[in-house]
Design a protein around this ligand. Structure first.
Ligand code: HEM
Length: 405
């Protein structure tokens, strides 16, 4: 259970009403993430609409069966001005969401699914084939290719995990588990539980699990609990170690610890099978050094790129509106044909956080309206060139280390 679940009974605010989820919380098919919104003053309206966009009628039926009470003034922790601003943002955001749906933007694109799965699977397979050759240079090339293929499978499984690949959540979950299990060695079920918590409250201390990088990495001084931790070898040298070691350690921890542990805990034997196939193929066809190097390439590419969207941005300590999380704690990378491909369209991270079930390749269609929404409420719209974002991240790692010198 999350430490900040303070209401008794457990209640969740949705669209003007508090719903009693004391019994339902343990049965929630999305897991304990639901508890994130039981702290007094939280508003789960946008989270519920966005996370369940693909199966909203089912959720509405469930809500109708829960005990509820209208919200009162006593429930409100905001000043009247803040509450009004909150209502206005909610209203404009809901209008934008409805307009996107009316334009068919959430519809999946079958040929893209096929193309992207074929692309990463081919890279991975051809890479492994070369790893098994007898020439060092071909083995090296093979390790780079299989690393990149496995990492690019991460972009595809990410979409499936958000149910934006086929739009059918059972099919998407199955595709996700196969792709990320076999090509990436990671459990789909574990990844969804982890990643959805990041989406629920990005950059919020104690909630966003992506902030749990200590003791090897500190992107913010606020994640360092004790100055002694900040003066450790890892933190003092983090600007060098980030690409050289940290990304590799993170991907290995996902593969060898977090995913299998979670799959065992939740009896997810399909994920365990997929991960076993991954290791069986690797250990059968590739020499050990190519496996280690390929996994290093995969981790560095994947973690390095997605750190550009958040890690140097401020962390949040208090309740924040869904829309404000996306603007204040998320950054875009400027779009180009090459950049869209290289980052799997997650260079449009702000749109992705506002609308996680939108197929990311359609993000550019709503970009201008999203910029207008930010401007109307005086919210930042963080967009940087690729090189600038990398430079900012390294400066930030240096600054945090400097703080604890
Ligand atoms: C009382 C309110 C809620 C109800 C009735 C509800 C209901 C559901 C249902 C029925 C599903 C599974 C649908 C399916 O796969 O067929 C689901 C999944 C999910 N829910 Fe909720 N939910 C509620 C609140 C929340 C909240 C507040 C959050 C987020 C903070 C949330 C996050 C999720 C996520 C991320 C999933 C997808 C998990 C996955 O794909 O593995 N839910 N919920």
């Amino acid at each position: 259970m999350h430490p900040k679940t303070t209401t008794n009974p457990l209640e969740i605010f949705y669209d003007g009403y508090y719903y009693d989820i004391t019994e339902f919380s343990a049965k929630h098919p999305g897991g304990d993430i639901i508890l994130y919104y039981t702290e007094k003053g939280e508003d789960a309206t946008q989270a519920i609409q966005q996370f369940h966009n693909r199966f909203f009628p089912k959720v509405k039926l469930m809500l109708a069966n829960l005990k509820r009470r209208p919200a009162t003034e006593n429930d409100n922790l905001l000043t009247p001005e803040e509450a009004q601003r909150h209502r206005d943002i909610t209203h404009d955001f809901a209008e934008l969401f409805a307009w996107m749906k009316s334009q068919g933007m959430f519809e999946p694109s079958p040929w893209r699914i096929i193309w992207r799965i074929v692309e990463c699977s081919l890279m991975w397979t051809i890479g492994l084939y070369f790893c098994g050759s007898r020439t060092f240079i071909l083995q090296f090339f093979g390790a780079v290719l299989f690393g990149l293929g496995g990492a690019r499978a991460g972009w595809v499984m990410h979409e499936a995990g958000h149910h934006s690949l086929t739009g059918n959540h059972n099919a998407d979950r199955c595709i996700q588990s196969i792709i990320v299990g076999i090509l990436g060695g990671v459990g789909g079920g574990w990844w969804r539980r982890h990643h959805n918590k990041h989406h629920a409250m990005p950059q919020r201390i104690d909630y966003d699990l992506d902030l749990n990088t200590m003791p090897v990495l500190a992107n913010s001084i606020e994640v360092v609990k004790h100055p002694r931790q900040g003066s450790s070898f890892f933190i003092q040298n983090q600007k060098w170690l980030f690409l050289a070691l940290d990304c590799f350690l993170a991907t290995m921890a996902w593969r060898l610890y977090s995913s299998p542990r979670s799959a065992l805990k939740y009896h997810n034997y399909f994920d365990l099978l997929m991960m076993s196939i991954h290791w069986w193929i690797l250990l059968t066809f590739a020499p050990p050094w190519t496996i280690i190097f390929g996994v290093w390439v995969a981790g560095t590419y994947l973690f390095g790129n997605f750190a550009l969207s958040h890690s140097r941005l401020p962390v949040a300590r208090k309740q924040t509106h869904w829309v404000e999380y996306a603007f204040r704690h998320t950054a875009n990378i400027k779009s180009s044909l090459w950049m869209d491909w290289w980052t799997g369209y997650l260079n449009f991270e702000i749109v992705h956080h506002l609308f996680p079930t939108l197929p990311p390749f359609r993000s550019y269609l709503v970009r201008d309206k999203v910029i207008a929404l930010a401007a109307k409420y005086d919210l930042p719209y963080n967009e940087f060139s690729y090189m600038d974002a990398w430079a900012q991240n390294f400066r930030n790692l240096d600054k945090v280390a400097e703080h604890f010198k």
